[in-house]
Design a protein around this ligand. Structure first.
Ligand code: C5P
Length: 467
């Protein structure tokens, strides 16, 4: 079959294609694929519904699948790199399309020729290679993947990732990507046990990077054994597959999340608020978007970046939050993680209330709307699954169960915010999932992990519509 590259198109077509691709946030190559697919669909030969990683994650005896998930494999420089050639095959067996980056150190262990022969595409080596920057470029390498796998992930690569370095192609791509990253660490057991490596790994997992291995066993160094062997290619491929399958668990679903505090003005400089960093709500929005949902995040004032791929509506007060949630409906599920102020000042002073010696002003408060309760009690347009949060210090589960009934929601995620739990403003959370059928206590874990687990549960509930 004749081949055509984007470079061979005339300038006008190239310009139109570039504009269309930019508008859709796709690479030019992917835009061409979409155009061809649309044309095929119009003539009845379409396969437009076979474009998600989930649809293509089935095992196949054949090698790559035209519509299969795209995996970017970054091969680091360690003796385990020889296993990465096998990993390419194991991923291809699952229908994945592979591109590979070899770090400079990796090229001491495997050759670009071997990698190119296995993937059917040349290996990417250099950040400053004008040819590959023109053809693909590091930003496109970062974007044109459903998953990035780093195997072997050496101690040095982990340190660079944790520190946000971008001084070669592999690290620049890893810094530029918003796609899930799976690392398979491999190093000498003493390097694995080093405090610096533990610190870097803790940082990476907090950043949402997934880890497979390392395993215990013999080291490359004769006579040495311990923890540090790269996970086997089959284990890495299975983990990659499960991430990709999970990646689309909420495809086609619409989810609303509230997050952060609300600020209820007293005068132009003072306000009433609850303590809330917004970390848990934002993590849930990010996890739902990563799982393929269309997410609207209605957020009060927080010091957090907008999660990638999420439509963020920024509000100040509870009333504005309610309006924004109403405007975002309908939705399949709504998760209310915001710490909404229960009361607001009955009247907001237009000018700053002056401090007068001996005179303390009295605030007259009025109740704010209960956003969770109002959505949960809707008779029409109620999301199929309504989830509330409850911050409790005593009798956490019993209070949460009572709150679930009172608010009319399906689930309550109850968190223990007693001073000793360290939840407030921290990165970990100890929660209990309270449903009509009882309570489940989850072990203390990062807020990102709580978000991922909750999103998995939501996907199951929406799938089977069982609560
Ligand atoms: O009543 P309480 O504030 O403990 O309830 C907590 C749950 O209710 C959270 O899910 C919170 O987001 C939600 N809520 C709300 N609107 C309010 C108060 C709480 O949506 N005004």
């Amino acid at each position: 079959m004749a081949s055509l590259t984007v470079r061979q198109l005339d300038d006008t077509l190239k310009k139109l294609l570039r504009l269309r691709a930019a508008r859709h946030g796709r690479s030019m190559e992917d835009e061409v694929r979409v155009i061809l697919r649309e044309a095929a669909a119009e003539t009845g030969h379409g396969a437009a519904d076979r474009f998600t990683p989930a649809a293509s994650s089935k095992h196949k005896a054949a090698t790559t699948d035209e519509d299969g998930p795209r995996i970017l494999l970054i091969i680091g420089g360690g003796i385990a790199a020889y296993k990465s050639l096998d990993l390419i095959r194991r991923l291809q067996e699952r229908g994945a399309r592979l591109r590979c980056i070899l770090t400079a150190a990796a090229q001491h262990f495997v050759t670009p020729l071997a990698v190119g022969a296995l993937t059917g595409e040349r290996a990417f080596l250099d950040l400053f290679d004008p040819q590959s920057e023109f053809d693909v470029g590091h930003i496109r390498l970062a974007r044109d993947a459903d998953l990035i796998v780093v195997a072997p992930a050496t101690a040095d690569l982990l340190a660079k990732m944790a520190g946000g370095h971008a001084d070669d192609l592999a690290t620049a791509v890893l810094l530029a990507t918003d796609r899930p990253i799976l690392i398979a660490p491999a190093m000498n057991s003493r390097m694995w046990a080093a405090k610096a490596t533990a610190r870097n790994l803790a940082q990476l997992t907090a950043d949402g990077v997934r880890v497979v291995g390392p395993n215990a066993g013999e080291m490359a160094e004769r006579g040495e054994a311990g923890l540090g062997r790269m996970a086997e290619p089959l284990e890495i491929a299975a983990t990659a597959e499960s991430i990709l399958r999970r990646g689309a668990a909420l495809a086609g679903k619409r989810i609303i999340v509230t997050s952060g505090p609300t600020h209820e003005p007293i005068d132009p400089v003072r306000y009433i608020a609850n303590r809330s960093s917004g970390k848990q709500g934002h993590a849930i929005a990010a996890a739902a978007a990563a799982a393929g949902a269309a997410v609207v995040l209605v957020s009060g004032p927080v010091n957090l970046p907008d999660p990638p791929g999420v439509a963020v509506v920024k509000v100040e007060t509870a009333q504005q939050m309610l309006e924004a949630v109403d405007a975002a409906l309908p939705a399949d599920a709504a998760i209310f993680a915001a710490a909404v102020a229960d009361w607001r000042s009955e009247s907001e002073s237009a000018s700053k209330i002056k401090k007068q010696p001996g005179r303390t002003p009295t605030l007259k408060l009025t109740e704010n709307p209960d956003i969770l309760s109002s959505v949960a009690h809707r008779t029409s347009g109620r999301p199929r699954l309504v989830v509330g949060f409850a911050a409790e210090t005593d009798d956490v589960v019993a209070n949460a169960q009572a709150k679930r009934m009172k608010k009319g929601c399906d689930w309550i995620v109850a968190n223990d915010v007693s001073a000793e739990s360290g939840v407030m403003g921290g990165d970990t959370n100890t929660v209990h999932l309270v449903t009509a059928s009882g309570a489940e206590s989850w072990p203390p874990q990062g807020k990102d992990q709580v978000a991922r687990t909750l999103v998995e549960r939501i996907a199951v509930a929406l799938d089977g519509d069982k609560r």
